[in-house]
Design a protein. Structure first.
Length: 258
């Protein structure tokens, strides 16, 4: 039973659903590893369980809203809806399937009439959930007295990240899921997350909502807005960074392009 005050508030509901889904998936993962399940079974079970829980919860508490989920069939009725929940029931499925990795996340975001208005990202293995509620949203950390840190993929360094790292002289950090990378910037553990390999809307909607609430810069890599609830779920690129680094990052990218 969810507290009625939580159900009544979109920010609180997003946070509750992300955290609860994360706790369920963390417990499931622990159980499956104890049973020596294969990584593929762990990943498939996590994707399915996260999707089922979030879809059931949204159907119960927001029955008139549309939903766009990585794990569900796309219903284009969302394109004419005023409110659309954009969810990734398990961001970082590969990391979820690896013992000992904590860089996976749960994303829950709400788009309303053209923009993201609420969101939450849970990092269940760390016991952390970050959200957009005015009373609990993260705040911009002070400018760190260290070299700028750029966060990038575990498996590949996007060309954009290489350009920025060379131009600004960054230290590079590698993490798994998009949510984990974005939240590293929100938490002040890193300063720049730039990605040019393309993602789907559910990969970035909740991280962008939380990053914006924390006072970070969010955009495409040319500075144009990130637009959600589009027919094509593909977003070509993404930039999340400390606000004072936005211009230097985009200058590094576009000076090289020109």
């Amino acid at each position: 039973m969810i507290d009625p005050a939580v159900v009544a508030d979109d920010h609180k509901l997003a946070s509750h659903l992300a955290r609860e889904a994360g706790e369920r998936l963390h417990a499931l993962r622990t159980q499956l590893f104890a049973e020596n399940s294969s990584p593929w079974h762990v990943m498939d079970a996590g994707d399915a369980a996260g999707h089922r829980y979030l879809m059931d919860a949204l159907a119960e508490h927001r029955p008139n809203d549309a939903v766009l989920s990585e794990e569900g069939a796309d219903n284009h009725k969302r394109l004419s809806a005023d409110r659309v929940w954009i969810i990734d029931p398990l961001d970082g499925t590969n990391e979820y399937g690896e013992r000992g990795r904590s860089d996976w996340a749960i994303h829950v975001a709400l788009w309303e009439r053209g923009d993201l208005v609420a969101g939450a990202v849970a990092l269940p293995a760390l016991g952390v959930t970050l959200d957009t509620h005015p009373d609990s949203k993260p705040t911009l950390t002070p400018k760190p007295d260290r070299k700028v840190r750029l966060i990038t993929s575990r498996n590949r360094a996007p060309y954009s990240a290489i350009l920025v790292a060379n131009a600004i002289d960054c230290d590079a950090i590698r993490l798994g899921s998009a949510g984990a990378k974005a939240m590293a910037v929100v938490l002040g553990e890193a300063d720049i997350y730039v990605h040019d390999g393309g993602q789907h809307q559910w990969d970035s909607a909740a991280p962008v909502a939380v990053a914006r609430a924390a006072g970070l810069h969010t955009s495409r890599i040319d500075g144009s807005p990130l637009v959600y609830n589009q027919r094509d779920t593909w977003l070509p690129d993404l930039l999340i960074c400390r606000p004072e680094l936005a211009d230097p990052v985009m200058k590094a990218l576009w000076d090289n392009d020109n």
